[in-house]
Design a protein around this ligand. Structure first.
Ligand code: PHE
Length: 528
């Protein structure tokens, strides 16, 4: 077939109609089309889809060509002399009988006459009618007789001619179509001509330029498949951002837009002092237990802690504000226990990024002191890892991320805190527009509030964070004035990411069991 196609398009010749070409050569048309498609990709030929209307004989039409039109068949069943009873004609002519008789009558080839029954026949007909339960019996019979001696089957002749490619004039054509003997069909075919690579017929074109072709110089004589600019490209194997990182950049952008600066958070290993004590978290607090906290074996203790600040923290834990200021003292009694420096020096993996906030706040206080007490209002955020000795399940990991933030200024209120958090979520997207604040307890904030978002997609309220106003027991030992307030919050990074990306198991999103292909599966993603 390949050779036949090559010869047919040689020397500027074309295959005008693949259907006719296939019929003439005894090829299956579908196979020929398949071959042409692959030859065309190689550039050996060019193809063009064509479509034309063609007259085709129906099954009935084919029957007329072989056995004659129904009217001719019926005519042939009628004897030249005398005629035939119509029942008998029905039997002889079979399928052609009904249409054939009416056409033959129309053509004035045959006629039907009524003939009275003889006395015997009448008696027999009455007996048969009575047996069948009919009241009346027929009194005559129908007889079919010839009107002409012979006929010419024009319909058969027209169909034969049409099959041979010369259809009859329009009037006759319309009649044949109406009788369902001929139909118009759309014929789809290919017009085939030689392509730019015709001279290379038989050579297999390469689809890629290889390293070896370049090295050996064989690319010069190589035959290449034409470039298909519509083909889907190979997915680039380059880096892709993990969903958590995308959400992190989104959060970071929002904080920066709101005028926040980023805190340094590189310190995964932290002392108990900055993680707990500086936050006025008593040393007996259950969260400081090894069940909830990963302690570090080497080095087990931290060496550098600011001595005077540590003494003020000790005093506040033990007896409250004593020795700091009269007003503060009268409002705070401390936790009333013997504070242990040894306990404060224990190293751990930070359990919250609030450890970074306590360090940053202490720095701000030190700076204010160095500037002769001049205090600058500030807004800080961080997004980084924290570690907790948790039982792992679908919503808990031992290593996860926190989004932390605080605002320090004079005379801040709970309203400022709620407004700042609500502003953040409003900027995050319409799915976080409904918020609810709920009182809670933290050792280092008073008042404290959890905040929840109504998630439209999940159809329920989801807790997204925890917040509060830092207690004077935390801020006063650092050296801040009494009217300086800090509003602060901490929230999850994983939870909103899971909601956004439709994960119900945190272990599919983060940790050692994730499917790395997942990262690539998320193309360019925008938060809203
Ligand atoms: N540190 C708290 C937590 O881990 C969050 C928090 C931060 C609460 C700041 C109040 C203020 O859940």
């Amino acid at each position: 077939m390949d050779e036949a196609v090559r010869l047919a398009v040689d020397g500027g010749k074309v295959i005008e109609d693949s259907q006719e070409f296939a019929a003439a050569n005894g090829f299956a048309h579908a196979e020929l089309v398949g071959l042409c498609k692959s030859l065309a990709t190689g550039g050996f030929i060019t193809t063009e889809a064509t479509s034309r209307q063609s007259l085709q004989l129906t099954k009935e039409g084919e029957l007329v060509v072989t056995s004659g039109s129904p009217e001719a068949v019926v005519f042939g069943c009628v004897p030249a002399e005398g005629g035939i009873a119509s029942e008998e004609l029905d039997q002889r002519a079979g399928a052609a009988a009904k249409v054939g008789l009416s056409k033959a009558i129309q053509n004035k080839w045959l006629q039907v006459v009524k003939q009275p029954l003889s006395a015997d026949e009448l008696a027999a007909a009455e007996a048969a009618a009575a047996a069948a339960g009919k009241k009346k019996a027929a009194t005559d019979r129908k007889l079919v007789q010839r009107l002409v001696g012979s006929v010419e089957d024009a319909v058969q002749a027209q169909l034969r001619a049409a099959k041979g490619g010369s259809p009859p004039p329009d009037a006759e054509l319309a009649v044949l179509k109406k009788r369902g003997l001929l139909a118009v069909a759309t014929v789809k075919a290919l017009r085939v001509a030689a392509g730019p690579q015709h001279g290379n017929w038989g050579r297999k074109p390469a689809s890629d330029l290889t390293h070896e072709m370049v090295l050996r110089g064989t690319w010069r004589d190589a035959l290449f498949k034409p470039v298909n600019v519509d083909a889907a490209g190979v997915a680039p194997a380059g880096g892709a951002l993990h969903p958590l990182l995308k959400v992190r950049s989104m959060f970071r952008e929002i904080f920066l837009e709101m005028g926040f600066a980023e805190m340094p958070t590189q310190q995964y290993v932290e002392s108990s002092f900055w993680n707990f004590d500086a936050l006025y978290q008593p040393q007996q607090h259950p969260a400081r237990d090894a069940h909830d906290t990963f302690f570090i074996k080497t080095p087990a203790q931290t060496r550098e802690l600011p001595a005077d600040y540590m003494e003020r923290v000790r005093a506040t834990h033990e007896v409250g504000g004593e020795g700091l200021s009269d007003e503060f003292n009268s409002r705070s009694t401390g936790w009333r226990y013997d504070w242990s420096e040894d306990e404060a020096r224990k190293n751990l993996l930070r359990t919250h990024t609030t450890a970074a906030s306590s360090r940053t706040l202490y720095q701000i206080a030190q700076l204010a002191k160095a500037n002769g007490g001049a205090f600058q209002p500030q807004k800080y955020f961080s997004i980084d890892r924290v570690f907790r000795n948790e039982a792992l399940d679908a919503t808990h990991l031992a290593e996860f991320h926190q989004v932390e933030g605080f605002v320090i200024d004079r005379n801040l209120s709970l309203g400022n805190l709620m407004g700042t958090i609500a502003d953040f979520y409003r900027r995050l997207g319409p799915e976080f527009k409904h918020m609810k604040f709920k009182p809670t307890y933290n050792p280092y904030t008073e008042p404290s509030m959890e905040f929840h978002c109504y998630h439209e997609g999940l159809g329920k309220w989801v807790e997204v964070g925890n917040s509060g106003v830092f207690r004077p027991e935390m801020l006063r030992p650092m050296g801040f004035d009494e009217d300086v307030q800090v509003i602060a919050w901490g929230m999850s990074l994983e939870r909103p990411t899971m909601i956004k990306y439709g994960y119900d198991n945190i272990r599919d999103l983060f940790g050692h069991r994730i499917d790395l292909g997942m990262v690539r599966k998320h193309p360019i993603v925008r938060w809203t």
